[in-house]
Design a protein around this ligand. Sequence first.
Ligand SMILES: Nc1nc2c(ncn2[C@@H]2O[C@H](COP(=O)(O)OP(=O)(O)OP(=O)(O)O)[C@@H](O)[C@H]2O)c(=O)[nH]1
Ligand SMILES: [Mg+2]
Length: 441
Amino acid sequence: MAFEKDTIAACSTPPGVSALALIRISGPLAISIAETLSGATLTPKNPLPTRLSQNTKTLDEVVITTWPNPKSYTGENLVEITCHGNPLIIESILNSIYSLGGRPARPGEFTERAFLHGRIDLTKAEAVLDILHARSNRSLLAGQRALAGGLSERLMADREKLLQLLARIEAWIDFPDEDIQPEVGDGFRSEIKDLLKSVASLLETAPLGHRLRSGYRLVLAGPPNAGKSSLLNALLGLDRALVSSIPGTTRDTVEESILLAGFSVRLIDTAGLRPSSDPLEQEGMARTRAAMKTADLVLALIDSTQSSDPCAAEWPPLGAKVLPIFTKADLPPKQKTSGLTVSAQTGAGLDSLRSKISQHLTADLATPGADEIAINSRHEDALRRTAEALACASASLSNQTAPELVASDLRLALQSLESILGVGTSEDVLDRLFSQFCIGK
Ligand SMILES: Nc1nc2c(ncn2[C@@H]2O[C@H](COP(=O)(O)OP(=O)(O)OP(=O)(O)O)[C@@H](O)[C@H]2O)c(=O)[nH]1
Ligand SMILES: [Mg+2]
């Protein structure tokens, strides 16, 4: 395959000036290219301080580490060059590598090669991506557990059980009997039930996975002057959004993240909602409503110094994802307040608000265990197909259908389960996954 012939190279550290940068070369020419540029003989895993030059032009003083195949990150010969973090130096080293037979790596191509060479399965490749993008300690931990094999091991154990079951059904097919007898069917069915239970418990982790990867969208909405921007600033602990006594100060959504209960929470301040003929304000309010629709939770801000809430009609259509908050608790109220009251000015009620948000954030999540697994939407999709095929197999057994049909359902379940690990995964899916990586990873 082409991927085995090409030698790829890229800078694995972010663009810009830094103390050091790391350039990776992977493929059959990796070691010879690095030896040509350094004039040194490279020994495995032994970092070598040396000078790179080409055609008498010095490129940089560097340190080279060599990882021969198959026990490198990519499973191929891999060379890592640590050079000075100047973009001019990085570019000239990369150009020299390209002139000696390397080519620029595509995003995620090093990890893709690790997968194609069997160094990691697809769940671990995805875990690398999760680790790179984790925005909270909890999502980082989930990524690290997946990379250590948490999900793979669970799936491999289910796969093994499914394979054994399939083997026994196939052995049954070799008997002359047309149908599976009820007592044998019962045995098979109870094994399928156990498998379904295991798949269901993995599926339960989908909301957690979604929250860890996508964060939590918390929208602050309400009429102008309710104190939305003031509350955003108070929760952030910094003066992020413009605050004024003139109603209609915020025209566009203002977003910033905080950490709550180990999750990254995206706070979204919005334009106040009121009748208006100003096209700019109308556009701002359209954005507010769009943000409310996609929010995980909407804080409905009600100004306690006003006699009523002019936005009262906005909240019911949003259902259970609305949390009413009475603002300006430091001033005498002009309406009956209940539930959460806060003052952005004095900070009163902010702790209660934070803990209430945390409760909402974790309400629909399974209790975390020591081996917490958090599947992503690709896993979820495949597991649903696995569960469907298992349920069909179980129903076929109940109806004493021909064992060939049961076997075919089980094979389908196996296929879906294996696709999570990357067995038989289509090129489309792989392309989509690896294109989410950065270049050099
Ligand atoms: N006393 C007191 N005043 C507050 C409090 N929160 C906000 N205010 C005042 O209320 C006014 C409006 O505050 P903002 O935070 O700009 O209100 P907003 O909801 O973002 O308003 P728009 O952006 O116009 O929709 C400002 O004069 C704030 O100083 C509070 O907790 N206590
Ligand atoms: Mg505002």
